[in-house]
Design a protein around this ligand. Structure first.
Ligand code: DC
Length: 227
């Protein structure tokens, strides 16, 4: 495969709408959408199932030796996560997995374990990949880098509405506190902290409708990719 693949890296804090927006724009452009948070969630899910403390680096490192984490795509192009052959795509979305994912993602061995899998996707396909360190660490040569963000209040409010719609409502103040806690964890860890790449375009979606953010993201990518 000699043809050069194109890559769009989207980083930003949780709840900024990265995955919904990236998925929609990837579909419109015919790119593969790669949700890297899902792979950290899969490791978090494995830790929870074993009853491990997700902050215990030694225990988590030992666990990695027993894990097979795979990413597959179904006929509709939706990403599925397999944990030792079992489809855990639904389970990793449970709210309690979020903090497990955040904790295990701070462990350097976990990041190293998952790095090659992410790069391999970009070698094989034109990708829009979202995460926290895609533009800075995983794909530093990406054709377009975007840092997508919104205020913590806006992000907590979106999450509140999403959970309400799903029939699993949660208290807004608690969601806001969790959003802030995850922001802090993700941007203060020593291994690949969340930060914009020096050459990233900053997009702030605070107050935008989904359609407005989607148009903004698509335009930002198209202008730079020449698609
Ligand atoms: O995007 P998300 O909420 O599904 O991500 C789950 C956790 O994984 C989040 O706490 C940050 C972490 N993560 C990361 O450290 N690096 C990535 N590239 C993607 C996610």
């Amino acid at each position: 495969m000699s043809e050069k693949r194109r890559a769009v890296a989207i980083d930003g804090p949780s709840g900024a709408g990265k995955s919904t927006l990236a998925r929609a724009v990837a579909k419109a452009l015919g790119f593969r959408y790669v949700d890297t948070g899902a792979i950290y969630r899969t490791v978090g899910c494995a830790a929870k199932r074993r009853g491990l403390d997700p902050a215990d680096a030694n225990a988590i490192e030992a666990l990695l030796g027993e894990l097979k984490v795979e990413m597959t795509y179904d006929a509709e192009g939706l990403q599925h996560m397999l944990l030792n052959g079992e489809d855990v795509t639904g389970e990793i979305r449970l709210p309690e997995i979020s903090l497990y994912a955040s904790r295990v993602s701070a462990i350097p061995a976990v990041r190293a374990f998952l790095l090659e899998m992410q790069r391999e996707m970009a070698r094989r396909y034109d990708v829009i990949m979202d995460g926290r360190d895609i533009g800075t660490v995983v794909l530093p040569q990406a054709d377009v880098k975007i840092f997508l963000t919104a205020s913590p209040e806006d992000r907590a409010r979106r999450r509140y509405l999403e959970l309400q719609e799903r029939g699993t409502p949660q208290d807004y103040d608690q969601l806001l506190a969790e959003t802030r806690e995850r922001d802090y964890n993700d941007s203060h860890r020593s291994s690949s902290p969340l930060r914009p790449a020096a050459d990233a375009v900053l997009l702030d979606t605070t107050g935008n409708t989904f359609a407005q953010s989607c148009a903004l993201l698509r335009q930002t990518i198209e202008e730079r990719l020449d698609v």
